[in-house]
Design a protein around this ligand. Structure first.
Ligand code: ZN
Length: 184
């Protein structure tokens, strides 16, 4: 199980690197990402959210939409999109904040599966929204970046609090590491 990185962690702002090799360690990573996502009761998780800046996301819309199945997609990109609709989103990396986000209604996404085969997904369902949210993560974008100014103002204090908490936790970890090296 991985620790989920939260708002303020620089890894969430990096451009994820494309995956060129599928090996056993990648498969293990995918399994662990599913476990982490299920434990956190999320419907999607991108690798940067667990501190790995690579273009990989796992998705499982079943808690919100029954007739779906888990999906792993490597190097996903949007090749077509149309329409626009609003829907309330949250993010495991931005705890406790939920806001309506306008996104394309239909998307065509291309990428690769874990066997290295080309994946092409055309959807106007909840999956379209999740895919856009996760692909944003791979580009260093968070859903709060897509809020209207007034929405952003409403959540800014919460965001500042999350970021501050994140900094304190990082400092505690760094101190613990230093002590460990000193053998104390
Ligand atoms: Zn997210």
């Amino acid at each position: 199980m991985y620790r989920i990185r939260v708002y303020g962690d620089p890894v969430l702002r990096k451009q994820a690197q494309p995956i060129t090799e599928i090996d056993a360690s990648l498969r293990t990573l995918v399994d662990q990402m599913f476990q982490t996502m299920w434990q956190a009761e999320g419907v999607g998780l991108a690798a940067p959210q667990i501190g790995r800046s690579i273009a990989l996301t796992v998705i499982d819309p079943r808690p919100l939409q029954k007739d779906t199945e888990p999906l792993v997609i490597l190097n996903p990109r949007i090749v077509e999109e149309r329409g626009a609709c609003g829907f309330e989103e949250g993010c495991l990396s931005v705890p406790e904040i939920k806001q309506d986000v306008i996104r394309s209604e239909f998307v065509v996404v291309e990428g690769m599966d874990l066997e290295g085969k080309t994946l092409r997904i055309e959807t106007g369902d909840l999956l379209a929204r999740i895919l856009q949210h996760e692909i944003d993560h791979l580009n260093g974008t968070l859903f709060i970046d897509r809020l209207a100014t007034v929405q952003r103002q409403m959540v800014q204090a919460q965001l500042d609090a999350i970021e501050k908490r994140q900094r304190v936790q990082t400092r505690i970890k760094a101190n613990a590491k230093t002590r460990g090296q000193d053998g104390v």
